[in-house]
Design a protein around this ligand. Structure first.
Ligand SMILES: [Zn+2]
Length: 251
């Protein structure tokens, strides 16, 4: 059983047995991995607070040839976000980021860009709170990295530019259509929402935040992107409902 050492981000953990924890984490080199942290729920556990949601850690674990679950030997905290999660709305934002990442990534598929995106998002939530713009940026880029987002610029049937008009799409489908090519039952999405999406995908999160995009269109593009992600994973995100219910408090 070789011991592996890597940087990782803790995605989600679940109680296991008497005092153990099942941990889903994103290994920076290997991708998403699941493992067992023995005794992690016992008092004075050697894991301390290293297994909190989105904790950025150094991890040592044993691969087991015959089993899917690795055995986590030791963790060291590189950056903690525990302080951020004391704020309820930030904790909901973190839950959304971790549930989405855990659901969309294949097991052991290298995902360094997603790794950097999570860190960027968690740090932005620390500074700016779980704003709609921060989460829209995270979701748009998660969908782009996964290859599930098409062009936000053109009608995918006739290639007409969509900058000056609303576009249409079927719920959960990324493909956008102009008014002439739309199906009758299609949902509309405003040109302002598409503009926020284009800004997010063309530049950095800092640039997006500097532009201070209007709340309504930002919510709209976030909702469109969450629909696309949910369709891809073929289930509803549990944390989405909590986020959207509490969003009147989250600007
Ligand atoms: Zn068209």
């Amino acid at each position: 059983m070789p011991l592996k050492e890597s940087e990782a981000i803790v995605l989600r953990t679940f109680p296991l047995g008497e005092g153990d924890r099942l941990v889903s984490f994103l290994d920076r080199q290997v991708g998403r991995v699941r493992g067992v942290a023995r005794g992690a729920r016992l008092p004075k556990s050697r894991f301390g607070s290293t297994l909190e949601m989105l904790a950025y850690i150094r991890i040592w674990y044993f691969e087991r040839e015959t089993r899917d679950l690795v055995r986590i030997n030791q963790c060291e905290l590189l950056e903690s976000f525990m302080d951020v999660q004391r704020d309820y709305s930030s904790a909901i934002g973190f839950a959304l980021v971790s549930e989405i990442t855990d659901s969309v990534l294949g097991e052991r598929e290298a995902a360094d860009a997603q790794f950097r995106l999570i860190l960027l998002t968690a740090r932005a939530i620390r500074v700016h709170g779980p704003s709609q713009a921060v989460l829209a940026y995270f979701c748009l880029w998660t969908a782009r990295l996964g290859g599930w987002l098409g062009s936000l610029d053109r009608c995918s049937r006739c290639a007409r530019a969509l900058q000056l008009e609303p576009a249409f799409h079927s719920a959960g489908f990324a493909e956008l259509f102009c008014a002439d090519c739309r199906d009758n039952w299609a949902k509309s999405i405003s040109k302002e929402a598409l503009s926020v999406g284009r800004t997010a995908l063309a530049g950095t999160l800092d640039q997006l935040l500097k532009e201070n995009p209007p709340l309504g269109p930002t919510k709209e593009i976030l909702s469109y992107t969450l629909d696309v992600l949910e369709r891809h994973i073929e289930k509803k995100l549990i944390s989405r409902k909590t986020f959207e219910t509490g969003e009147s408090a989250i600007g």
